[in-house]
Design a protein around this ligand. Structure first.
Ligand code: G6P
Length: 502
């Protein structure tokens, strides 16, 4: 579709095309790759969101609005393998204050149950508002009349309302990939009302867990003019089990904002195919061989983030070695910690601490031929990840708080022969679905130790019973199902904002 731009509030050059479906996310679905000769290429980013939305983008004439990951550089829109990409520029100040600051040193810790202390700085908030407006304007320019816009994650919570103000004709969805905190914690945010009103601009706000949706509804009704609506018969048919909010009339069109849980998942077919690929299976064997074929390989895979409970995991493992319940002769822990947000102070401190602890454990327990912890501060391609999943008898996920944790879903999907055991924190979204895991409270070190031992010693039939049930859950709920469910619900709500609320 080719149409003239009609929005008068836009800034900058007009986008040459308008699209019926627009995704707005902090990151683009492609990564920059610079060749040895300096040429710039784009490669599709790994990850479920990109996979889930690729077919929708193709079918619905879609575009993706996002930041390309470098500061101070403005790029023209381009097409990558059939997807239209609309890059949003961020200056060095924007990166420091909107991304590293407000997104990752204010909202991230606040939304993860203050596992680190959130910092509140007015200059960061100003940058967050400024950058959210830039994303909203880029989306408004790109969207065709009556288009659907799907905004992603905590970096862009102001976009739904801004977008509705500029383009009341749009149907707007928002999905929060991380937890939404209890009202008592959220209320610390000096700009809590503006953030809630930003989200309330959407027709549908999706969360990972129903508890997150409840937290949002409670915060919105207590801290803004929104009230729980009397659910109209029409809305009840569309959203049978959800809570719906009537938004205060400060917005151009009165509308319902529906809050509901849509637990995200992974691309099951890709992980299963790799788990059955002889090259990957062989690589898994080699990994075990290189570790000296220990009886039990334990595995942790995380972004190096303080929410992941890596410290707690290492503490429990170290105590098991000290107690003699595990020895380096029969066990090895592989800890993959992928580099993340390295400019943010808390992440630097965490890295030093984790690396110090690993050095300390290895110094105490390694022998010349064996290591207690094989620590890898790298990211790996998905083939290597699946080989690691196949090599691991016990997967350790000990997050203190996690929106979902897709590693848990990838691990069970990769265990196509129903072997292996998953130790899983109850504070992850995945725990709602993977109930046959060895569920733990990672703060309870004794409980964590005994769960690790139970997982290490579980009988084959018991392990198979648990794994079969978890695999059934994930293989019947993959990421395509997630995006379809969200977008169908959103389509059902399209146009309802034209009506007078109940
Ligand atoms: C989490 C967030 C994503 C984010 C990712 C990586 O999964 O929900 O929005 O993209 O972490 O973090 P980064 O800061 O590198 O984008």
């Amino acid at each position: 579709m080719r149409t003239e731009d009609s929005s008068s509030t836009n800034t900058g050059a007009l986008a040459p095309r308008h699209f019926d479906f627009v995704v707005v996310a902090n990151r683009l679905p492609v990564d920059r790759v610079v060749d040895d000769d300096g040429a710039l290429h784009w490669r599709r980013s790994p990850g479920g969101l990109v996979t889930a939305l690729a077919p929708v983008m193709q079918e619905a004439d879609g575009a993706w609005v996002g930041w390309h990951g470098a500061s101070g550089e403005t790029l023209d829109p381009f097409n990558h393998e059939g997807t239209d990409i609309i890059p949003v520029p961020l200056s060095e100040d924007d990166v420091e204050q909107y991304y590293e600051g407000f997104s990752n040193a204010t909202l991230w810790p606040l939304y993860h149950d203050v596992t680190a202390r959130p910092e509140f700085h007015r200059a960061w908030w100003d940058a967050y508002r400024r950058v959210n407006r830039r994303f909203a304007e880029a989306a408004a320019r790109a969207a065709a009349p009556g288009a659907t816009v799907w905004v992603q994650d905590y970096q862009l919570q102001l976009v739904p309302r801004l977008l509705r103000q500029i383009r009341p004709d749009l149907t707007i969805g928002f999905f929060n990939h991380i937890p939404f905190p209890p009202q008592e914690i959220f209320a610390q945010l000096p700009w809590r009302r503006e953030v809630l009103e930003g989200l309330l601009g959407a027709d549908l706000v999706g969360f990972q867990r129903s508890g997150d949706a409840r937290n949002f509804v409670r915060a919105a009704t207590r801290l803004t003019g929104a009230s729980l609506s009397r659910v109209t018969p029409q809305l009840r048919t569309m959203v049978p089990r959800t809570q719906s909010l009537t938004v205060d009339p400060g917005l151009p069109t009165a509308h319902h904002c529906v809050a509901e849980a849509f637990p995200i998942s992974i691309e099951v077919s890709q992980i299963e195919a790799l788990a059955r690929d002889p090259k990957v299976v062989d690589r898994a064997r080699r990994i075990r061989f290189e570790l000296g074929n220990p009886r039990t390989v334990l595995l942790g895979v995380d972004r190096l983030d303080y929410t992941k409970g890596i410290r707690h995991r290492l503490k429990a493992y170290e105590e098991l070695l000290k107690d003699g319940d595990l020895t380096v002769e029969d066990a090895c822990l592989i800890q993959v910690a992928s580099p993340s947000r390295e400019q943010v102070e808390e992440y630097r401190i965490l890295r030093e601490e984790i690396e110090g602890t690993v050095g300390h454990i290895n110094g105490a327990f390694d022998t010349l031929g064996r290591t207690a912890v094989r620590y890898l501060h790298h990211s790996y391609p998905v083939e290597e990840m699946v080989a690691l999943y196949l090599a691991a008898d016990v997967m350790l996920i000990t997050a203190l708080k996690d929106g979902m944790n897709l590693v848990a879903k990838e691990y069970v999907t990769a265990r196509v022969d129903n072997t292996g055991a998953l130790v899983l924190s109850e504070f992850t979204g995945a725990a709602d679905q993977l109930k046959q895991a060895f569920l733990v409270n990672p703060h309870d070190i004794d409980g964590l130790k005994s769960a690790i031992l139970s997982a290490t010693r579980v009988s084959r039939p018991e392990a198979a019973r648990r794994m079969r049930s978890m695999r059934r859950q994930v293989t019947t709920h993959d990421v395509r199902g997630w995006s379809t469910a969200f977008l169908e619900r959103l389509a059902g709500l399209a146009g309802q904002h034209q009506e007078t609320p109940a």
